[in-house]
Design a protein around this ligand. Structure first.
Ligand code: G4F
Length: 333
């Protein structure tokens, strides 16, 4: 039985990945913060259904000794390093902690594995934010980076560290350059969940409007469930390499609104308001990925469409409010 270590298991991707690995017969271990262990009711909502089957270890990405301690006492075949400060807007507010957690955390994981378990395969959660002010459309593995936020910069550093450990020490270290991926488990502050959860609330008469920033930003949105399969496949290859994971379709935030509100039987226009304070100091205007390499080498294919993703998210948000799955006639303004 293979043994995997996941960092960031309490997040959207970590929870889907834990499920996927468990379904494949893996023994799944995870690093979690001590503070999370003290408050499982709130911190483990996404992994509640698999918690009995996951071995949790208390450690902090800000502490090399705590990571070293866990890695020195357990042997792992694969390590999926997903934990990060992943909210781009927050990285503008506090670039220092984003850099500390994202860069040092990745470096500590790599250094501990190199020291104690150099044969453990390592996955780094890279991001399309590394492409930032894009140099070509669509973006592929060979596209150069131009990050536009402290978050994007921290991910470029993590990508470079991962590649350096592969090249300098011969370790099996890879990065997934994942484009935006969403689900009903997405945090509420990200634009997709903010839209689907608020559309559901407006439909139920529980919110009057939805305040957003840049409606013209374009993203390549896939489903997190599809994307964790790509992470797993990357670590099963004969040779380590980096891959873009994307749908190849791009949509504006406005289109996402249109579709999500239509799902609850409403026209988005009277409800969506723009607050310029929600604009970012430097925006990534257009992201669309070319996942040809992942499709050809990994045999990866996404199962969800843009429409299917939004339908699932809106329905889950309606369900959480106790609303009907299929909405009735629109509420008059
Ligand atoms: O949902 P977002 O906050 O995601 P963003 O910045 O694209 O980052 C996500 O995807 C990355 C992969 O490309 C990950 F690496 C990263 O960790 C994260 O998962 O914003 C999407 C777009 C942005 O252009 C933003 O300006 O939506 C725009 N937007 C417009 N109004 C808004 C809002 N974003 C948020 N969060 N909130 C708004 O009110």
């Amino acid at each position: 039985m293979k043994r995997a270590l996941i960092t960031g298991v309490t997040g959207q991707d970590g929870s889907y990945l834990a499920e996927h690995l468990l379904s494949l017969g893996y023994e799944v271990h995870a690093l979690v913060r001590r503070v999370a262990l003290e408050d499982p009711a709130h911190r483990f909502t996404r992994i509640r259904h698999v918690m009995e089957r996951v071995t949790l270890h208390a450690a902090s990405l800000e502490s090399y000794p705590s990571i070293f301690h866990v890695v020195s006492r357990n042997e792992f075949d694969e390590c999926y390093h997903l934990a990060a400060q992943s909210f781009v807007a927050e990285s503008f507010a506090d670039g220092f902690s984003t850099m500390n957690t994202n860069i040092n955390g990745t470096h500590y994981m790599l250094a501990a594995l190199r020291e104690l378990q150099p044969r453990c395969r390592f996955y780094f959660a890279g991001s399309s934010e590394m492409f930032g002010k894009v140099r070509e459309v669509p973006q592929r593995e060979t596209t150069s980076f131009h990050p536009r936020s402290p978050y994007g910069i921290s991910k470029v550093a993590g990508f470079d560290l991962t590649r350096n450990y592969r090249e300098a020490y011969g370790m099996f270290c890879v990065s997934g350059m994942l484009f935006n991926h969403e689900s009903p488990r997405r945090g509420y502050e990200f634009v997709t969940r903010k839209i689907t959860s608020t559309a559901a609330k407006i439909r139920a008469g529980l919110a009057p409007e939805l305040w957003l920033g840049n409606l013209d930003a374009k993203r390549d949105w896939g489903h997190a469930k599809d994307y964790v399969r790509a992470m797993y496949l990357m670590l099963q290859q004969p040779e380590p390499d980096d891959y873009v994971v994307a749908t190849g379709e791009t949509h504006t935030v406005r289109e996402f609104c249109e579709r999500a509100f239509a799902e609850v039987g409403l026209d988005y226009q009277p409800y969506v308001r723009v607050d310029e304070r929600l604009y970012r100091p430097a925006e990534v205007d257009l992201l669309v990925g070319d996942a040809t390499k992942a499709r050809e080498v990994l045999g990866w294919e996404p199962e969800y469409s843009f429409e299917g993703l939004i339908t699932e998210m809106v329905r889950e948000d309606l369900k959480a409010l106790g609303g009907a799955e299929t909405p009735a006639a629109p509420r008059a303004l």
